[in-house]
Design a binder for this molecule. Sequence first.
Ligand SMILES: N[C@@H](CCC(=O)N[C@@H](CS)C(=O)NCC(=O)O)C(=O)O
Length: 251
Amino acid sequence: MGIVTPTNKAVLEHKGLHLYHSALSNCAMRVRMTLEEKKLPWTSHHLDITKKEHITPEYFGINPNGVVPTLVHDGVVIIESDDIIDYIDQTFPETPLHPVAAEELESMYWWMKSAVEIHVKAVKTFIYFHKMQGKMKQTDEQKDAYEKLQTNEELIAFHKNTDKGFTAEQANEAVAMLDHFFKLADGILQNRDWLVGEQFTLADITWVPMHFTLAGADYDFSRFPAVQAWASRLQERESFKKGVLDWCPTF
Ligand SMILES: N[C@@H](CCC(=O)N[C@@H](CS)C(=O)NCC(=O)O)C(=O)O
C-alpha cells in the first residue's frame, strides 16, 4: 500500500520523521530498528494499543486501517511496515539494508511480503490465543467506535474473534503456517548468518520482531536451532536494543 493521502490534514505539517507506533507491536519494532540502523532522528507518537489509543477518528484519518505503525516524513504518510522500512532504506541510502543482486533483492522482498501476509492469520492469531486471550476485550462503547471507523474486512473479522476468543483449531492453523516459514529459515540459516545472501537486510529486520514476540508467547523455537542462533546474533545489534528492548524489555 505504501503512501496514502490522509484525511487528517494536520499531519501534512509534520517536519522530519514522525512515527506512530506502539511499544509491543512487532510491526512497529521493524520500523524502530530500521531507523536505528540508519541512525536517523525521529519523533515518537506513542499509542498504547492495549488501551485502544489508536481507535480514534484522528488516527484513522492518518492510517485508514487503524493499525500501527504509520510513518510521516515531511508530510508524506506511509503505512504497512514492509513498505515503511523499504521507504526509509530507499530515501536514506546511507548504510544500505538491501542486497544488490536482483535475485537476492527478490528474495528479500519475498520474506518481507510473506511476513505481512501471514500477520493476521498466523502471528496475531497465535499471540492472541496464547497470550492475550480475553485481555483485549472491548467495551460496548469501544466496539461501536471500532465498527464505525474500521472498513478493513480482515481486521473486522479478527477483532470479532478477540472478543469471543480464538479456537484451538485457529491456533493450530497459525502454528502450521509459522512452522512452514521457520523451517525454511532454519534450513537457510544453517549455512549462513542472514536470511538473504551474505548481508544483513530488511528481511532480517522484518522477521526478528516476530521471533521476539512469538518466543514471548511460547512458540517452540527449540525445533529451529539455526533460527535461535540467528536471533541471538540479531539481539546483539544496537538497533535491536534501542528499537525493540528499550521500548519492550520483555514480551
Ligand atoms: N500489515 C500491517 C499490520 C499492522 C498491525 O496489524 N499492527 C498491529 C500491531 S503489530 C496493530 O496495530 N494492532 C491493533 C489492532 O489491530 O487494533 C503492517 O505490517 O504494518
